[in-house]
Ligand binder design. Structure first.
Ligand code: SAH
Length: 348
């Protein structure tokens, strides 16, 4: 099902919400050959035109059908903030809602952190993005357009996408999956599955579904605590999907997909950064094909948590290393322009 975009009472499908298969189906339904879907993808994503009239190798009949059934829409960049190696974008959507996305320049390429929802309902205690409750899902086109508008603005291609902006991707599963299929299509934006990372706080039924998609996309789990008691305090979702059950489905994910999991672990001063926590984490992850990304907490004005002292982060890191757990400390991006993890927002 393709979703409608409504603006001032007029509702249309965004062409950017169509996966290639859906576009093929569309052309089938209007009695046209399916290769036209490839042609349209080429115009939209390789040549980047924003008008059906410019698709000169399609006949008039096809163009008038497309115009009748779909629109080529956009989302508006209302503000950008530049830092070193990082740039944050504030977008206005067609219904005036706002979201943010962040570009990061690495030595291995340019990655884009995109939002998946307006606000977020997960209520993690430490996260700025979740202070605004979810107002709505983003449609697939609104995720695709974050990529297109930013590539146009920076005049270069994005090589990696992380779904780690505002929102919980698995709370908007269908649109997120469509988005992945659209940006991954080799006739379109063509970002390799292994260059796409979805991050979730642990919505078990959707992790199971995701497992069965058998995609080569990377999965990251926001863990942040090595036991139920602490995790439930930090992340209310843990009361619904407790750690033990989560670990079960993750083991199944690894077994079925044969892929390595990433665990994100924010370092919060005196909350989850003790040696005991590190040891408990080693126990929890023993024998699991994964690596742990320790994230120095980015403080925000509105939330009381503090960042762990660097000696504590070092100690924590060492304990994991000694226990043969692959671990990195996340390079910091965007702190000064509030573009860092957990600092993105849909609100003033
Ligand atoms: N909802 C998804 C996607 C958001 S990803 C998820 O939970 O995975 C954003 C990542 O940044 C998550 O791991 C989140 O827990 C983390 N994060 C949130 N607030 C943060 C902060 N202030 N500093 C550092 N990381 C933070």
């Amino acid at each position: 099902m393709v979703q409608l975009i409504c603006n001032r009472g007029v509702c249309m499908n965004s062409i950017y919400s169509y996966t290639k298969d859906e576009l093929v189906e569309y052309f089938n339904n209007i009695g046209e050959k399916k290769f036209k879907a490839d042609i349209v993808y080429d115009w939209l994503y390789k040549k980047r035109v924003n008008s059906f009239d410019l698709m000169t190798n399609l006949n008039k009949n096809v163009i008038s059908n497309l115009k009748k059934d779909m629109i080529i829409n956009g989302i508006e960049i209302v503000k950008t903030d530049k830092g070193t190696d990082v740039e944050k974008y504030l977008f206005k959507l067609s219904d005036d809602e706002r979201i943010e996305a962040v570009v990061m320049y690495h030595d291995y390429g340019t990655s884009l952190c995109i939002s998946t929802e307006v606000g977020c309902n997960m209520g993690c205690a430490f996260c700025e993005s979740g202070r605004l409750k979810k107002r709505r899902n983003l449609n697939a086109d609104e995720m695709v357009l974050q990529v297109l508008e930013i590539e146009k603005d920076i005049k270069q291609r994005i090589s990696h996408i992380v779904l780690m902006g505002i929102g919980e991707p698995f709370d908007n599963y269908d649109n997120v999956l469509k988005f992945i299929k659209i940006v991954n299509d080799n006739k379109g934006i063509d970002i390799g599955a292994r260059h796409i990372t979805v991050s979730t706080c642990g919505i078990i039924p959707k992790i199971k579904e995701f497992t069965n998609e058998k995609l080569q996309v990377n999965l990251a789990i926001s863990l942040h605590a090595p036991n139920n008691e602490l995790r439930s305090k930090l992340m209310p979702i843990n009361k619904v999907y407790p750690l033990k059950d989560l670990m079960e489905v993750l083991k199944e994910y690894i077994k079925v997909t044969n892929r390595r999991l990433t665990f994100e672990y924010i370092m919060l001063d005196n909350i989850n950064d003790s040696e005991e926590c590190a040891k408990e984490l080693c126990e929890l992850l023993r024998g699991i094909n994964c690596y742990v990304n320790l994230i120095p907490y980015n403080e925000t004005n509105n939330i009381g948590f503090k960042r762990s002292k660097s000696v504590k982060i070092d100690k924590f890191y060492d304990i994991l290393k000694k226990n043969s757990i692959a671990v990195t400390v996340r390079r910091e991006f965007g702190g000064l322009v509030s573009a860092a993890c957990g600092q993105l927002r849909s609100h003033e």
